[in-house]
Write a protein that binds this ligand. Structure first.
Ligand code: NAP
Length: 313
């Protein structure tokens, strides 16, 4: 039985997710050596200083040399070019995976560049915050969250087990789906809520008769929670919408129909219809709490969290 540990792990991208994987892998003793690379020298230097990587490489091709596990942790729009760049230096028998928030496009963009004898197993840890960069990561990010793997048909059983155990020991629960189903589920639970939050906050910013100071002063009445989501990284979210177009448009169509029904109920004073719609949604919140994916504490159960500042935190 595989133990999920690797002699050498290469992380391409050292932001929130890359750094959190490194912290979680170190916490569980899953890596003999972690080498990281990022676009900027500043991110590479910060990562070394914080200590979640053991070494850094200037180029992705150099980073993956001799690595047993390669994890793409950059925005999804970069994956195709990165896969092309590293294809000749991937070690035979290595596992290449990713953390991208969409999966069909990742299979399309990375798949053609995976050499024979290298195991490509796409993955998506469904955990995050609105923060970015190497200082935002922490070991507990994946604890009790789900990581979805989308192994292609005929994927090597041993490699899938090894990656499954890696994620389990990083704290995650692991689930399996096809890339298409993943993209539809995520369009519902993540992509549409982000689109709505971006639009809601953008709409408030455009209002002329309600001042910006009023919006901020009274934000605790609901708006504030949308601003947290709408503060998420613009590059990452641009890439998600461009790469999950079909599923997002499908769910957006249904959302638009439902909002029209609510609009109509408000216009015609149909109180029962509004009451029924709001009662149904309350039950979903209760189920999320029962499944341990949030707490019933006020303020959505969020507590202030400090990014780790050294190896031991
Ligand atoms: P992030 O904090 O913004 O970090 C992105 C990292 O990628 C940075 O280190 C950046 O380097 C590097 N990078 C960007 N383009 C690159 C390139 N062409 N070559 C090499 N390095 C490059 O982003 P993140 O939140 O960790 O997200 C990374 C991935 O995780 C995305 O695909 C996203 O879909 C997925 N994801 C995110 C969340 C979330 O909540 N944030 C949750 C689950 C999955 P520099 O710092 O030098 O620019």
């Amino acid at each position: 039985m595989s133990d999920g540990a690797f002699d050498r792990i290469a992380l391409i991208g050292l932001g929130l997710i890359g750094s959190s994987i490194a912290w979680a892998a170190k916490r569980a003793g899953l890596a003999g050596h972690i080498v990281g690379t990022a676009r900027s020298e500043q991110t590479r230097e910060t990562s070394l200083r914080l200590g979640f990587v053991d070494s850094v490489a200037v180029t992705p091709a150099e980073a993956v040399e001799d690595a047993d596990l390669v994890i793409l942790c950059t925005p999804v729009g970069t994956y195709g070019a990165l896969a092309q760049e590293i294809q000749d230096t991937l070690k035979p028998g290595a596992i290449i995976t990713d953390v991208g928030s969409v999966k069909t496009a990742v299979v399309r963009d990375v798949g053609p560049f995976v050499p024979e004898g290298v195991h490509f197993i796409p993955a998506h840890p469904v955990a995050g915050t609105e923060y970015s960069g190497p200082e935002s990561g922490f070991a507990e990010l994946f604890d009790n969250r789900w990581c979805i793997l989308t192994p292609p048909p005929g994927a090597d059983r041993g490699a899938v087990d090894q990656l499954t155990n890696f994620w389990r020991r990083c704290g995650s629960n692991v689930d399996f789906m096809t890339p298409e189903h993943h993209d539809l589920v995520l369009a519902v639970v993540s992509h549409l809520p982000h689109l709505i939050a971006y639009n809601m906050v953008g709409t408030a910013a455009d209002l002329e008769e309600v001042t910006q100071t009023e919006v901020i002063k009274y934000s605790a009445s609901g708006f504030r929670d949308s601003t947290r989501i709408a503060a998420s990284d613009p590059t990452m979210w641009r890439d998600i919408f461009l790469n999950n177009r079909e599923a997002v448009l499908e769910i957006l169509g249904r959302f638009t129909e439902n909002i029209s029904a609510l609009q109509r109920a408000i216009r015609w004073g149909e109180g029962d219809a509004l009451f029924d719609a709001f009662t149904r949604t309350r039950a979903i919140r209760k189920q999320i709490i029962e499944a341990g994916q949030d707490t019933a504490e006020p303020d959505f159960g969020r507590t202030a969290r400090k990014a780790p500042t050294d190896k031991t935190s």
